[in-house]
Design a protein around this ligand. Structure first.
Ligand SMILES: [Zn+2]
Length: 122
């Protein structure tokens, strides 16, 4: 892992770009410029802090890490991080909301785009 950044939050910010055409409630999206997975979500490598793989490096979804490191909110393994702006690469904590898969589906249905972007394993 890179030692260039003081912490994870700084590393995320250094790899995002402020969008000039994607907004949510008047604030721009922070677009992840790093690696992305086949579903179009940003990926970041970090060490596990706990659990059986503690100390090992794993690949995480960057918007989930952003909710916790930038937004200061906790996510459990079962909760999903929802994009209020519907931009899968966005890391702006003001655009991200932790919730359950059920709430996520309800939001999709409400907005008329019913699909399930979050797989069980993420
Ligand atoms: Zn956004």
């Amino acid at each position: 892992m890179s030692r260039k950044y003081a912490n994870l939050a700084e590393r995320i910010l250094a790899n995002t770009m402020i969008s000039d055409d994607s907004f949510f409630e008047g604030t721009p999206c922070w677009i992840w410029m790093g690696k992305r997975n086949s579903s179009g979500y940003g990926q970041i490598n970090r060490r596990f802090k706990r659990g059986p793989r503690k100390g090992k490096v794993g690949t995480f979804l960057v918007h989930r890490v952003a909710v916790q490191e930038l937004g200061g909110r906790k996510l459990t393994a079962r909760s999903v991080a929802m994009h209020l702006c519907n931009n899968p690469l966005c890391c702006n904590p003001a655009h991200l909301k932790g919730g359950t898969q059920r709430q996520n589906v309800q939001q999709c249905v409400r907005e008329g785009r019913h699909y399930t972007p979050f797989r069980k394993s993420v």
